[in-house]
Design a protein around this ligand. Structure first.
Ligand code: ADP
Length: 267
């Protein structure tokens, strides 16, 4: 089977601002091919970290954004009908196991239960992936590693990973970076003045205090980067902040006006 692995290589070093010793911890986990779970709120740098680690280790990276309609076949593969009959098409997890990629299943808890079960044999000593429909068992390439992301804030009793799945992973816990690091991230990602970046970070701090008091999640680092990009395009700071930091996350009038006050206090 000929798979173009080049397309999965991270070619340029992604900018990644470490928050602690996560790089060393991940490298140790990778050396032993331990499955890794990256935990934390949305937009706090989990995907960027994995992209950076794939680049640093020189390994291909296959990312799958999981959703509730995703089935095991979407991960593993399926038979397709074409003019000559049926043809098997590997899914992204199978491709990753064959070529020795880091397979990053983003928000895996969103996927259906049968999906999480197919990853089990890849996470233990078997390191194998049974393709039931095809009657083949793929033995994972020695470089293959499984990584999942998990947002503890979203979980409900109905939607949580089973202990039997959780207990197959080591975990790195992420959170929004401390203010000085977040300021550096926003300024470096977008090129805006660090003072403006620091002001955006202050707004985020105010919003994050509202979590659980009307907001499900605080303003993410990702949204701060959006606001900074709009400002870099010449949009006035207040307008950019409303567009990127307030309007996407809430429809509640009280929360909106609290956030507008926070914006007006710094710009
Ligand atoms: P998620 O935690 O949802 O996977 P991402 O990794 O996609 O979040 O982060 C969202 C954006 O925030 C990134 O595209 C990047 O611009 C910025 N970002 C967050 N944390 C960092 C970091 N530590 N270093 C560099 N950029 C970061």
């Amino acid at each position: 089977m000929n798979i173009d692995t080049e397309q999965y290589q991270v070619k340029q070093e992604p900018f990644y601002q470490p928050q602690g010793n996560e790089i060393a911890l991940y490298e140790a986990a990778y050396q032993r091919r331990l499955p890794v779970m990256v935990k934390g709120p949305t937009g706090c740098g989990k995907s960027r970290f994995i992209e950076y680690m794939a680049w640093r280790l020189g390994k291909p990276l296959i990312t799958v954004a999981c959703n509730e309609d995703m089935t095991a076949s979407d991960l593993v593969g399926r038979y397709l009908l074409d003019a000559t009959g049926t043809r098997w098409l590997d899914g992204p997890l199978t491709v990753a196991a064959r070529i020795g990629a880091i397979c990053y299943l983003d928000e895996v808890v969103e996927a259906r239960q049968d999906t999480t079960v197919v990853i089990h044999p890849l996470t233990d000593h078997r390191r194998s992936l049974p393709l039931d429909k095809k009657g083949e068992v793929v033995t994972a390439h020695p470089d293959f590693q499984l990584v999942i992301s998990y947002n503890p804030g979203y979980q409900s009793l109905m939607k949580d990973l089973k202990q039997s799945t959780k207990q197959r992973f080591s975990a790195l816990v992420f959170d929004y970076p401390p203010a000085d690091l977040e300021t550096r991230i926003v300024a470096t990602e977008t090129g805006i003045d660090p003072e403006l970046a620091a002001a955006l970070v202050k707004i985020a701090a105010a919003a994050r205090n509202l979590k659980g008091h009307g907001l499900d999640e605080g303003i993410s680092t990702r949204l701060l980067v959006y606001a900074a990009n709009l400002m870099d395009e010449g949009i006035a700071p207040r307008e950019a902040s409303r567009m990127a930091l307030v309007d996407p996350i809430t429809d509640d009038e009280d929360i909106r006006s609290t956030l507008h006050h926070a914006i007006d206090a710094v710009f």
